[in-house]
Design a protein around this ligand. Structure first.
Ligand code: GAL
Length: 430
Protein backbone atom coordinates (compact mmCIF):
# COMPACT_ATOMS: atom_id res chain seq x y z
CA UNK A 1 0.00 0.00 0.00
CA UNK A 2 1.30 3.40 -0.89
CA UNK A 3 0.09 5.95 1.60
CA UNK A 4 -1.05 8.99 -0.30
CA UNK A 5 0.69 12.27 0.22
CA UNK A 6 -0.74 15.25 2.06
CA UNK A 7 -4.15 15.93 0.59
CA UNK A 8 -6.62 18.73 0.55
CA UNK A 9 -9.63 16.48 1.07
CA UNK A 10 -12.56 18.13 2.71
CA UNK A 11 -13.18 17.21 6.28
CA UNK A 12 -16.07 16.86 8.58
CA UNK A 13 -14.26 19.35 10.79
CA UNK A 14 -12.43 22.02 8.84
CA UNK A 15 -9.34 23.37 10.52
CA UNK A 16 -7.50 21.32 13.08
CA UNK A 17 -7.78 24.21 15.48
CA UNK A 18 -11.56 24.07 15.37
CA UNK A 19 -11.36 20.37 15.99
CA UNK A 20 -9.14 20.96 18.99
CA UNK A 21 -11.75 23.15 20.61
CA UNK A 22 -14.59 20.82 19.81
CA UNK A 23 -12.91 17.46 20.10
CA UNK A 24 -13.48 17.00 23.78
CA UNK A 25 -16.59 19.06 24.21
CA UNK A 26 -19.53 19.21 21.87
CA UNK A 27 -19.61 16.64 19.11
CA UNK A 28 -18.00 18.21 16.09
CA UNK A 29 -19.61 16.21 13.32
CA UNK A 30 -22.62 14.83 15.05
CA UNK A 31 -23.69 11.23 15.00
CA UNK A 32 -24.38 11.34 11.32
CA UNK A 33 -20.68 11.74 10.51
CA UNK A 34 -18.32 8.90 9.62
CA UNK A 35 -19.50 5.40 8.92
CA UNK A 36 -22.87 5.71 10.58
CA UNK A 37 -21.63 5.36 14.14
CA UNK A 38 -24.55 6.30 16.37
CA UNK A 39 -24.64 8.74 19.26
CA UNK A 40 -22.88 7.28 22.27
CA UNK A 41 -20.93 4.77 20.20
CA UNK A 42 -17.25 4.52 19.41
CA UNK A 43 -16.02 2.43 16.52
CA UNK A 44 -12.57 1.09 17.38
CA UNK A 45 -10.58 0.11 14.31
CA UNK A 46 -7.84 -2.50 14.84
CA UNK A 47 -6.54 -5.69 13.23
CA UNK A 48 -7.12 -7.67 16.41
CA UNK A 49 -9.98 -9.58 14.86
CA UNK A 50 -9.34 -13.17 15.84
CA UNK A 51 -7.79 -15.60 18.27
CA UNK A 52 -5.48 -14.43 21.03
CA UNK A 53 -5.33 -10.90 19.62
CA UNK A 54 -9.09 -10.60 19.90
CA UNK A 55 -8.88 -11.93 23.46
CA UNK A 56 -6.54 -9.03 24.23
CA UNK A 57 -8.93 -6.53 22.68
CA UNK A 58 -11.86 -8.11 24.54
CA UNK A 59 -10.02 -7.59 27.83
CA UNK A 60 -9.59 -3.90 27.03
CA UNK A 61 -13.22 -3.59 25.97
CA UNK A 62 -14.25 -5.15 29.31
CA UNK A 63 -12.51 -2.32 31.17
CA UNK A 64 -13.97 0.27 28.78
CA UNK A 65 -17.48 -1.01 29.44
CA UNK A 66 -16.91 -0.75 33.20
CA UNK A 67 -15.38 2.71 33.01
CA UNK A 68 -17.82 4.13 30.45
CA UNK A 69 -21.00 2.13 30.79
CA UNK A 70 -22.96 4.85 28.96
CA UNK A 71 -21.01 4.25 25.75
CA UNK A 72 -21.13 1.43 23.27
CA UNK A 73 -18.02 -0.18 21.80
CA UNK A 74 -18.35 -0.95 18.10
CA UNK A 75 -15.79 -3.41 16.80
CA UNK A 76 -14.28 -2.17 13.53
CA UNK A 77 -11.53 -4.82 13.38
CA UNK A 78 -10.21 -6.00 10.01
CA UNK A 79 -8.37 -9.34 10.12
CA UNK A 80 -4.77 -9.81 8.98
CA UNK A 81 -1.60 -9.87 11.11
CA UNK A 82 0.39 -6.65 11.44
CA UNK A 83 -2.46 -4.79 9.78
CA UNK A 84 -1.61 -6.35 6.43
CA UNK A 85 -5.18 -5.76 5.25
CA UNK A 86 -6.44 -3.30 7.85
CA UNK A 87 -4.03 -0.55 6.84
CA UNK A 88 -5.36 -0.59 3.26
CA UNK A 89 -8.96 -0.47 4.43
CA UNK A 90 -8.15 2.34 6.81
CA UNK A 91 -6.34 4.34 4.13
CA UNK A 92 -9.37 4.21 1.88
CA UNK A 93 -11.74 5.13 4.70
CA UNK A 94 -9.60 8.13 5.60
CA UNK A 95 -9.43 9.09 1.95
CA UNK A 96 -13.23 9.10 1.69
CA UNK A 97 -13.83 10.97 4.95
CA UNK A 98 -15.20 7.92 6.69
CA UNK A 99 -12.92 7.72 9.73
CA UNK A 100 -13.65 5.37 12.61
CA UNK A 101 -13.91 6.75 16.15
CA UNK A 102 -10.32 5.74 16.77
CA UNK A 103 -7.77 3.58 15.00
CA UNK A 104 -4.75 1.54 15.96
CA UNK A 105 -1.43 2.90 14.74
CA UNK A 106 2.15 2.04 15.58
CA UNK A 107 4.14 4.59 17.49
CA UNK A 108 7.02 5.96 15.45
CA UNK A 109 7.36 6.44 11.70
CA UNK A 110 3.93 5.01 10.87
CA UNK A 111 2.26 7.51 13.18
CA UNK A 112 4.28 10.27 11.54
CA UNK A 113 2.68 9.27 8.22
CA UNK A 114 -0.79 9.88 9.65
CA UNK A 115 0.31 13.14 11.26
CA UNK A 116 1.82 14.46 8.04
CA UNK A 117 -1.26 13.51 6.07
CA UNK A 118 -3.44 15.45 8.48
CA UNK A 119 -5.40 12.33 9.44
CA UNK A 120 -5.22 12.66 13.21
CA UNK A 121 -5.76 15.34 15.83
CA UNK A 122 -3.15 16.35 18.39
CA UNK A 123 -3.97 15.08 21.87
CA UNK A 124 -1.65 17.41 23.73
CA UNK A 125 -4.46 19.04 25.71
CA UNK A 126 -5.74 15.67 26.84
CA UNK A 127 -2.19 14.73 27.86
CA UNK A 128 -1.94 17.89 29.96
CA UNK A 129 -5.40 17.48 31.51
CA UNK A 130 -4.90 13.84 32.39
CA UNK A 131 -1.18 13.91 33.19
CA UNK A 132 -0.55 11.22 30.59
CA UNK A 133 2.89 12.65 29.89
CA UNK A 134 3.88 11.38 33.33
CA UNK A 135 2.60 7.87 32.64
CA UNK A 136 4.63 6.67 29.69
CA UNK A 137 8.39 6.10 29.21
CA UNK A 138 10.26 9.03 27.69
CA UNK A 139 11.52 6.87 24.80
CA UNK A 140 7.93 6.05 23.88
CA UNK A 141 6.65 9.61 24.23
CA UNK A 142 9.28 10.64 21.69
CA UNK A 143 7.68 8.29 19.16
CA UNK A 144 4.22 9.79 19.45
CA UNK A 145 5.27 13.41 19.61
CA UNK A 146 5.88 15.77 16.74
CA UNK A 147 6.67 19.47 16.94
CA UNK A 148 5.64 19.63 20.57
CA UNK A 149 2.31 17.83 20.16
CA UNK A 150 1.32 14.31 21.24
CA UNK A 151 -0.74 12.42 18.69
CA UNK A 152 -1.80 9.09 20.14
CA UNK A 153 -2.17 7.10 23.33
CA UNK A 154 0.05 4.00 23.53
CA UNK A 155 -1.62 0.82 24.72
CA UNK A 156 1.31 -1.56 24.96
CA UNK A 157 4.93 -2.33 24.18
CA UNK A 158 5.85 -5.44 22.20
CA UNK A 159 9.24 -7.05 21.67
CA UNK A 160 9.89 -8.26 18.14
CA UNK A 161 13.22 -10.15 18.41
CA UNK A 162 11.99 -13.30 20.09
CA UNK A 163 12.46 -16.95 19.13
CA UNK A 164 9.69 -19.29 20.31
CA UNK A 165 10.81 -22.88 20.74
CA UNK A 166 9.26 -26.28 21.36
CA UNK A 167 11.58 -28.22 23.71
CA UNK A 168 9.98 -31.60 22.96
CA UNK A 169 10.52 -31.14 19.22
CA UNK A 170 14.13 -30.14 19.86
CA UNK A 171 14.77 -33.19 22.00
CA UNK A 172 13.24 -35.39 19.35
CA UNK A 173 15.71 -33.91 16.87
CA UNK A 174 18.63 -34.49 19.24
CA UNK A 175 19.12 -30.78 19.90
CA UNK A 176 19.69 -29.44 23.42
CA UNK A 177 16.55 -27.40 24.30
CA UNK A 178 18.66 -25.29 26.66
CA UNK A 179 21.34 -24.49 24.08
CA UNK A 180 22.47 -20.87 23.93
CA UNK A 181 23.40 -19.54 20.53
CA UNK A 182 26.03 -16.83 20.34
CA UNK A 183 25.17 -15.94 16.77
CA UNK A 184 23.14 -16.94 13.74
CA UNK A 185 25.73 -19.43 12.51
CA UNK A 186 25.57 -21.38 15.75
CA UNK A 187 21.80 -21.48 15.47
CA UNK A 188 21.89 -22.51 11.82
CA UNK A 189 24.06 -25.52 12.76
CA UNK A 190 21.17 -26.77 14.92
CA UNK A 191 18.56 -25.95 12.27
CA UNK A 192 20.39 -28.41 10.01
CA UNK A 193 20.08 -31.16 12.61
CA UNK A 194 16.38 -30.46 13.04
CA UNK A 195 15.81 -30.62 9.31
CA UNK A 196 17.56 -33.99 9.15
CA UNK A 197 15.18 -35.22 11.84
CA UNK A 198 12.22 -34.40 9.60
CA UNK A 199 10.87 -31.53 11.70
CA UNK A 200 10.35 -28.04 10.27
CA UNK A 201 13.28 -26.10 11.76
CA UNK A 202 11.77 -22.62 11.50
CA UNK A 203 8.12 -21.89 10.86
CA UNK A 204 7.14 -18.71 9.09
CA UNK A 205 4.16 -17.19 7.31
CA UNK A 206 3.28 -14.67 4.61
CA UNK A 207 5.29 -11.64 3.45
CA UNK A 208 5.09 -9.49 6.56
CA UNK A 209 6.36 -12.31 8.79
CA UNK A 210 9.32 -12.65 6.43
CA UNK A 211 10.06 -8.94 6.78
CA UNK A 212 9.83 -9.48 10.52
CA UNK A 213 12.48 -12.21 10.30
CA UNK A 214 14.64 -10.03 8.06
CA UNK A 215 14.59 -7.17 10.56
CA UNK A 216 15.85 -9.42 13.35
CA UNK A 217 18.59 -10.84 11.11
CA UNK A 218 19.73 -7.32 10.19
CA UNK A 219 19.83 -6.48 13.89
CA UNK A 220 21.75 -9.67 14.70
CA UNK A 221 24.43 -9.08 12.08
CA UNK A 222 24.72 -5.29 12.13
CA UNK A 223 24.32 -4.59 15.83
CA UNK A 224 22.44 -1.68 17.35
CA UNK A 225 24.32 1.23 15.86
CA UNK A 226 24.50 0.01 12.28
CA UNK A 227 20.90 -1.26 12.41
CA UNK A 228 19.74 2.19 13.53
CA UNK A 229 21.84 3.67 10.74
CA UNK A 230 19.75 1.84 8.15
CA UNK A 231 16.90 4.23 8.89
CA UNK A 232 18.82 7.51 8.86
CA UNK A 233 21.23 6.88 6.00
CA UNK A 234 24.36 6.36 8.08
CA UNK A 235 24.51 2.64 7.24
CA UNK A 236 25.05 1.70 3.62
CA UNK A 237 22.35 -0.69 2.41
CA UNK A 238 24.69 -1.66 -0.42
CA UNK A 239 27.53 -2.49 1.99
CA UNK A 240 29.15 -5.80 2.93
CA UNK A 241 27.48 -6.01 6.35
CA UNK A 242 24.04 -5.94 4.75
CA UNK A 243 25.17 -8.54 2.19
CA UNK A 244 26.18 -10.84 5.05
CA UNK A 245 22.82 -10.36 6.75
CA UNK A 246 20.90 -11.03 3.54
CA UNK A 247 22.90 -14.23 3.03
CA UNK A 248 21.93 -15.32 6.53
CA UNK A 249 18.34 -14.41 5.74
CA UNK A 250 18.46 -16.57 2.61
CA UNK A 251 19.87 -19.48 4.60
CA UNK A 252 17.21 -19.15 7.29
CA UNK A 253 14.43 -18.96 4.74
CA UNK A 254 15.72 -22.26 3.38
CA UNK A 255 14.80 -23.88 6.71
CA UNK A 256 11.19 -22.73 6.68
CA UNK A 257 7.92 -24.39 5.70
CA UNK A 258 7.15 -24.39 1.98
CA UNK A 259 3.50 -23.36 2.49
CA UNK A 260 4.54 -20.11 4.14
CA UNK A 261 2.72 -17.77 1.75
CA UNK A 262 -0.65 -19.14 2.80
CA UNK A 263 -0.10 -18.73 6.55
CA UNK A 264 -0.55 -15.74 8.84
CA UNK A 265 1.36 -15.55 12.11
CA UNK A 266 -1.08 -17.58 14.24
CA UNK A 267 -0.72 -20.56 11.87
CA UNK A 268 3.07 -20.32 11.81
CA UNK A 269 3.31 -20.01 15.60
CA UNK A 270 0.82 -22.85 15.96
CA UNK A 271 3.33 -25.18 14.32
CA UNK A 272 5.67 -24.60 17.26
CA UNK A 273 2.82 -24.94 19.74
CA UNK A 274 1.98 -28.29 18.12
CA UNK A 275 5.61 -29.39 17.82
CA UNK A 276 5.58 -29.80 14.04
CA UNK A 277 8.13 -26.98 13.93
CA UNK A 278 10.96 -26.36 16.37
CA UNK A 279 11.31 -22.56 16.20
CA UNK A 280 9.37 -19.47 15.14
CA UNK A 281 10.62 -15.88 15.14
CA UNK A 282 7.71 -13.66 16.14
CA UNK A 283 6.84 -10.69 18.27
CA UNK A 284 5.61 -11.42 21.74
CA UNK A 285 1.94 -11.37 20.77
CA UNK A 286 2.88 -15.05 20.27
CA UNK A 287 3.02 -15.32 24.07
CA UNK A 288 -0.74 -14.80 24.10
CA UNK A 289 -1.21 -17.70 21.66
CA UNK A 290 0.77 -20.09 23.89
CA UNK A 291 -0.91 -18.82 27.05
CA UNK A 292 -4.43 -19.01 25.65
CA UNK A 293 -3.81 -22.69 24.89
CA UNK A 294 -2.63 -23.27 28.47
CA UNK A 295 0.95 -23.94 27.45
CA UNK A 296 3.46 -23.66 30.27
CA UNK A 297 6.50 -21.44 29.83
CA UNK A 298 9.72 -23.38 30.42
CA UNK A 299 8.00 -26.73 29.83
CA UNK A 300 5.82 -26.64 26.72
CA UNK A 301 7.72 -23.73 25.21
CA UNK A 302 10.76 -21.59 25.77
CA UNK A 303 11.94 -18.28 24.33
CA UNK A 304 15.23 -16.54 23.68
CA UNK A 305 16.28 -13.42 21.80
CA UNK A 306 17.06 -14.05 18.13
CA UNK A 307 20.72 -15.20 18.21
CA UNK A 308 22.99 -12.20 17.90
CA UNK A 309 20.38 -9.84 19.42
CA UNK A 310 20.67 -10.82 23.06
CA UNK A 311 20.62 -7.70 25.24
CA UNK A 312 18.69 -5.63 22.69
CA UNK A 313 14.96 -4.86 22.78
CA UNK A 314 13.50 -4.63 19.26
CA UNK A 315 10.60 -2.37 20.06
CA UNK A 316 7.14 -1.56 18.78
CA UNK A 317 4.07 -0.08 20.40
CA UNK A 318 0.45 0.02 19.40
CA UNK A 319 -1.36 3.25 20.07
CA UNK A 320 -4.79 4.77 19.51
CA UNK A 321 -5.60 8.01 17.75
CA UNK A 322 -8.31 10.62 17.45
CA UNK A 323 -8.98 10.80 13.71
CA UNK A 324 -9.82 14.13 12.12
CA UNK A 325 -13.58 14.10 11.66
CA UNK A 326 -14.22 11.26 14.12
CA UNK A 327 -18.01 10.83 14.42
CA UNK A 328 -18.25 11.16 18.24
CA UNK A 329 -15.02 12.70 19.50
CA UNK A 330 -16.15 12.61 23.12
CA UNK A 331 -16.71 8.85 22.86
CA UNK A 332 -13.31 8.50 21.16
CA UNK A 333 -11.76 10.38 24.02
CA UNK A 334 -13.43 8.02 26.48
CA UNK A 335 -11.82 5.08 24.67
CA UNK A 336 -8.44 6.83 24.89
CA UNK A 337 -8.99 7.34 28.63
CA UNK A 338 -9.44 3.61 29.07
CA UNK A 339 -6.43 2.84 26.88
CA UNK A 340 -4.25 5.14 28.99
CA UNK A 341 -5.56 3.89 32.33
CA UNK A 342 -3.58 1.54 34.54
CA UNK A 343 -6.61 -0.81 34.73
CA UNK A 344 -7.02 -0.87 30.95
CA UNK A 345 -3.33 -1.50 30.37
CA UNK A 346 -3.13 -4.19 33.01
CA UNK A 347 -6.06 -6.15 31.59
CA UNK A 348 -5.09 -5.67 27.97
CA UNK A 349 -1.39 -6.44 28.26
CA UNK A 350 -1.86 -9.44 30.51
CA UNK A 351 -3.93 -10.98 27.72
CA UNK A 352 -1.92 -9.63 24.76
CA UNK A 353 1.58 -10.85 25.69
CA UNK A 354 2.95 -7.32 25.65
CA UNK A 355 4.01 -5.10 28.54
CA UNK A 356 2.14 -2.00 29.65
CA UNK A 357 3.16 1.37 28.29
CA UNK A 358 1.63 2.92 31.43
CA UNK A 359 4.37 2.66 34.04
CA UNK A 360 1.78 2.58 36.83
CA UNK A 361 0.04 -0.57 35.61
CA UNK A 362 0.45 -3.52 37.96
CA UNK A 363 2.47 -6.29 36.32
CA UNK A 364 3.07 -8.44 39.39
CA UNK A 365 0.72 -11.12 38.08
CA UNK A 366 2.17 -11.16 34.58
CA UNK A 367 3.64 -14.45 33.36
CA UNK A 368 7.28 -15.49 33.28
CA UNK A 369 7.86 -14.59 29.65
CA UNK A 370 6.45 -11.10 30.16
CA UNK A 371 8.74 -10.59 33.16
CA UNK A 372 11.72 -11.17 30.84
CA UNK A 373 10.39 -8.51 28.47
CA UNK A 374 9.82 -6.04 31.31
CA UNK A 375 13.40 -6.59 32.47
CA UNK A 376 14.87 -6.24 28.99
CA UNK A 377 12.88 -3.09 28.19
CA UNK A 378 14.11 -1.50 31.43
CA UNK A 379 17.77 -2.22 30.94
CA UNK A 380 18.67 -2.97 27.30
CA UNK A 381 19.24 -0.69 24.34
CA UNK A 382 16.00 -0.21 22.40
CA UNK A 383 15.77 -0.28 18.62
CA UNK A 384 12.77 0.36 16.38
CA UNK A 385 10.93 -2.40 14.56
CA UNK A 386 10.73 -2.21 10.77
CA UNK A 387 7.83 -4.63 10.21
CA UNK A 388 5.70 -2.87 12.83
CA UNK A 389 5.84 0.76 11.90
CA UNK A 390 8.42 2.10 14.27
CA UNK A 391 11.55 2.44 12.10
CA UNK A 392 10.29 3.31 8.63
CA UNK A 393 7.33 4.99 6.96
CA UNK A 394 4.49 2.88 5.60
CA UNK A 395 5.64 3.49 2.02
CA UNK A 396 9.22 2.38 2.80
CA UNK A 397 7.94 -0.73 4.56
CA UNK A 398 5.65 -1.44 1.61
CA UNK A 399 8.58 -1.28 -0.80
CA UNK A 400 10.75 -3.53 1.39
CA UNK A 401 7.87 -5.97 1.70
CA UNK A 402 7.48 -6.24 -2.04
CA UNK A 403 11.24 -6.86 -2.47
CA UNK A 404 11.09 -9.57 0.19
CA UNK A 405 8.06 -11.08 -1.45
CA UNK A 406 9.87 -11.25 -4.79
CA UNK A 407 12.94 -12.73 -3.14
CA UNK A 408 10.84 -15.40 -1.42
CA UNK A 409 9.48 -16.54 -4.74
CA UNK A 410 12.88 -17.26 -6.21
CA UNK A 411 15.02 -14.11 -6.14
CA UNK A 412 18.73 -13.82 -5.46
CA UNK A 413 20.62 -11.92 -2.76
CA UNK A 414 22.35 -9.51 -5.14
CA UNK A 415 19.09 -8.31 -6.68
CA UNK A 416 17.42 -8.11 -3.28
CA UNK A 417 20.24 -5.94 -1.98
CA UNK A 418 20.12 -3.71 -5.05
CA UNK A 419 16.38 -3.23 -4.57
CA UNK A 420 16.71 -2.52 -0.86
CA UNK A 421 19.52 -0.03 -1.45
CA UNK A 422 17.59 1.77 -4.21
CA UNK A 423 14.49 1.97 -1.99
CA UNK A 424 16.50 3.37 0.91
CA UNK A 425 18.08 5.97 -1.32
CA UNK A 426 14.71 7.08 -2.66
CA UNK A 427 13.09 7.14 0.76
CA UNK A 428 15.90 9.04 2.45
CA UNK A 429 15.95 11.59 -0.36
CA UNK A 430 12.26 12.43 0.24
C1 GAL B 1 1.66 -5.90 15.17
C2 GAL B 1 0.88 -5.30 16.29
C3 GAL B 1 0.68 -6.30 17.36
C4 GAL B 1 0.12 -7.59 16.80
C5 GAL B 1 0.86 -8.02 15.55
C6 GAL B 1 0.31 -9.22 14.82
O1 GAL B 1 1.86 -5.00 14.14
O2 GAL B 1 1.59 -4.21 16.79
O3 GAL B 1 -0.16 -5.78 18.36
O4 GAL B 1 -1.20 -7.40 16.58
O5 GAL B 1 0.95 -6.99 14.64
O6 GAL B 1 -0.91 -8.95 14.24
Amino acid sequence: MKIRGRTTRSRCIGAATVALVTAFGATACGSDGGSGTGEGEVEVFTWWAQGSEKEGLDALVGVFEEQHSDLKFVNGAVAGGAGSDAKNVLASRLQTNDPPGTFQAHAGAELTDYIEQGDIEPLTDAYAEEGWDQLFPESLLEQIEQEGEYYSVPSNIHRANVVWANPAALEEAGVDPNAEYADLDAWIADLEKIEEAGITPLSIGMDWTQVHLLETVLLADLGVEAYNGLWDGTTDWAGAEVTGALEHYETLLGFTNSDRQSLDWPDATQQVIDGTAAFNVMGDWAEAAFASQDKVFGEDYTTFPVPGTDGVFDFLADSFTLPVGAPNPDASRAWLDTVASAEGQQAFNAAKGSIPANLEADTSEFGEYQQTAIESFAQDPIVSSLAHGSAASVSWLTDITSSISQFGSGGDVASLQEDLAATAEAQLAD
